[in-house]
Design a protein around this ligand. Structure first.
Ligand code: GDP
Length: 395
């Protein structure tokens, strides 16, 4: 019997790196899910239209329900100022508005299989939960109840995963019986997962032991193995409510579940955000301030979505442009160089690196160099979040 020894965090990290590295060039995607009428499209539309206007960024609507959103990073703004960069290019996260999840979706209700196909292809999930009251907006189950809504969605996803695992088990059983060791090992993992899912628990909390790559591959197709963040879509007057696990507020119900799952929570008002998104840029801060808000909920959502996969951001900065780049944690300098251009990776010689704190303290690249703060790093260097880098290469 396989026993539970690998810490969830380590397993998740391996899983994300393996899968994310494959998906990196397709972009990191965060699927917005939730019951009908909870505010998914409102938030998606606000997110994409506000950000498109706000960042002077080549925003793209890949499909009507898919939009790339720049991730705000004050470090990039600082660097651009210090380097006197003409252009500023932030990193981005792609949001997908996934409609069609209702009770019974796993059995083909609503958009059923179509929905499940969409959600299987994203890297992470933003689960929007209705915490707002509005008599004019019908709740599919009669009344607003965040804990019940989360349970409804999660149950559907768990059932869908349980079906997938069942199918994978049936396929492998014959091969495993013939004495194939790899098939046997995978089958053991799948059986643990099947038991775990049938107890109503998501795959991401299953305790699995064995080869990290095998575990990653077994978890790979499962929806409930993806990292999740909760978006509490609340009343306008409650956007400054501090989510408190165990508290009595509707938002607190979401916080309690998020805490139990180790998932982040973002409190947002879809209504406020969609109003803000329609304002000219220069009026937005004032409007938020008048509502007692220090910043945009959409910024927090884009940042939380980005952080969900444990990515790092490194920078390139010069007079032409200051740019933020994304890489999974643990990537070495040549791999990161390859994010910029494949020649940089192929002909990698060295990376000249200045840490963000050193760069900003010294005030410029030149002064950082003079102060001995520029490090010359080789092929084995693991890039750190906040590194400002020049890659030297020769092809
Ligand atoms: P979806 O089905 O989850 O995509 O939900 P929609 O975004 O289409 O929203 C359903 C309804 O709820 C629409 O009439 C929205 O205007 C309304 N709605 C969305 N967010 C809020 C909110 O924060 N407050 C209020 N009062 N209404 C909202």
């Amino acid at each position: 019997m396989i026993r539970c020894t690998i810490a969830g965090a380590v397993r998740r990290a391996i899983f994300f790196i393996t899968f994310f590295s494959k998906r990196l060039f397709m972009g990191f995607t965060c699927g917005i899910v939730g019951l009908p009428n909870v505010g998914k499209s409102t938030i998606f539309n606000a997110l994409t239209s506000a950000k498109a206007a706000a960042a002077n960024f080549p925003f793209c609507t890949i499909e009507p329900n898919t939009g790339a959103v720049p991730v705000p990073d004050p470090r990039l703004t600082d660097l651009a100022e210090l380097a006197k960069s003409e252009k500023v290019i932030p990193t981005q996260v792609t949001f997908v508005d996934i409609a069609g999840l209702i009770k019974g979706a796993s059995q083909g209700e609503g958009l059923g299989n179509q929905f499940l196909g969409h959600i299987r292809s994203v890297d992470a999930i933003a689960h929007v939960v209705r915490c707002f009251h509005d008599e004019n907006v019908v709740h599919v189950d009669g009344e607003v109840s965040p804990a019940r809504d989360i349970d409804t969605i999660e149950t559907e996803l768990i059932i869908a995963d349980h079906d997938s695992v069942g199918k994978a088990i049936s396929k492998l059983e014959k091969v495993a019986k013939s004495g194939d060791k790899e098939a046997r090992a995978r089958l053991d993992l799948l059986q643990i997962l099947s038991d775990h899912l049938s107890c109503g628990k998501p795959a991401r909390t299953a305790q699995l032991e064995g080869e990290p790559e095998r575990i990653a591959s077994v978890l790979g197709g499962l929806i409930t193995a993806k990292p999740v963040l909760y978006v509490a879509n609340c009343d306008e007057s409650e956007v400054d409510h501090q989510p408190t696990p165990g508290g009595s507020h509707l938002i607190d119900q979401v916080a309690t579940i998020a805490k139990a799952q180790g998932a982040p929570i973002v409190v947002i008002s879809g209504k406020v955000e969609s109003e803000v998104a329609e304002l000219p840029l220069e009026e937005r801060a004032e409007y938020l301030e008048a509502l007692g808000l220090s910043g945009s909920g959409l910024d927090r959502l884009a940042i939380a979505g980005y952080q969900l996969l444990g990515l790092i951001t490194f920078f390139t900065a010069g007079p032409k442009e200051a740019r933020a780049w994304t890489a999974p944690q643990g990537w070495k300098a040549p791999q990161c160089a390859g994010r910029i251009h494949s020649d940089f990776e192929r002909g990698f010689i060295r990376a000249e690196v200045i840490g963000y704190a050193d760069y900003t303290q010294c005030g410029s690249e030149l002064r950082a160099k003079e102060a001995g703060k520029m490090r010359v790093e080789g092929k084995e260097y693991v890039m750190q979040d906040g590194d400002i880098v020049h890659f030297r290469f020769n092809v």
